[in-house]
Design a protein around this ligand. Structure first.
Ligand code: ATP
Ligand code: MG
Length: 193
């Protein structure tokens, strides 16, 4: 099983992202149902390892929060842009959540992830040999943003690689801790203990 841990995105946010998918020839756009924020790539594991991971993920405590998507950018590899991504307005809270998930993965027996974590939503990927001029696309979509939305769970996904791109299946969902709302102020149970 090829697994990863990620945040799903609400339908209307995925619809906004789908509006960014076009206007560049020769690239592979992500299907709207596949948009997600990877928190930890796990890779190929057997049932036992998956069970251990699930147990530890279920023990993660983290308060639910709100965020919005904001901005677009690129990742480069060997001097070539190899993908375009959409960004988040609160990257630090995603980093904090992923640190809890990383710790859970390590408790489950997985090796610590050595690559730096850069939270993003992949929009498209380029084959390294075909690089169109994406300057106009980036200029036009630079101010992309969405309304804020609630993040109240993260998910364990199985990825099935295929010719038409990967298909993801949710294996389990993990609830974040609910907050108490006092008017405009939200106080997490976790923050008060
Ligand atoms: P494809 O590989 O067919 O392009 P995909 O990348 O969407 O499809 P997977 O390779 O199964 O599917 O990856 C699942 C998620 O994990 C994606 O968000 C991907 O970017 C991320 N991912 C894959 N490999 C790694 C890795 N080595 N390190 C960090 N994240 C990874
Ligand atoms: Mg991949």
């Amino acid at each position: 099983m090829r697994l990863f841990v990620a945040l799903p995105l609400p339908t209307e946010i995925r619809a906004s992202l789908a509006g960014l998918c076009g206007g560049i020839a020769g690239t592979r756009w992500i299907e709207p149902e596949n948009f997600h924020i990877t928190l930890r790539f796990i890779g190929d594991v057997g049932r036992g390892e998956a069970d251990d991971l699930h147990t530890e993920l279920a023990s993660v405590r983290f308060p639910e929060f709100e965020m919005a998507l904001s901005g677009i950018g690129t990742f480069e590899r060997r001097g070539h842009v190899h993908m375009i991504w959409a960004g988040l307005d609160r990257p630090q809270i995603i980093v904090d959540l992923r640190d809890r998930i990383e710790a859970a993965a390590v408790r489950a027996g997985f090796q610590r992830e050595s690559r730096k974590f850069k939270p993003h939503i992949t929009l498209c990927r380029f084959k390294s040999h075909s690089m169109p001029d994406i300057g106009p696309y980036l200029a036009m979509n630079n101010d992309f943003s969405t309304a804020a939305f609630a993040v109240d769970h993260f998910s364990l996904y199985q990825s099935r690689l295929g010719h038409g791109g990967a298909r993801y299946e949710v294996l389990s969902q993990y609830r974040l801790e609910q907050r108490v709302y006092y008017g405009d102020d939200a106080v997490a149970f976790a923050d008060r203990s």
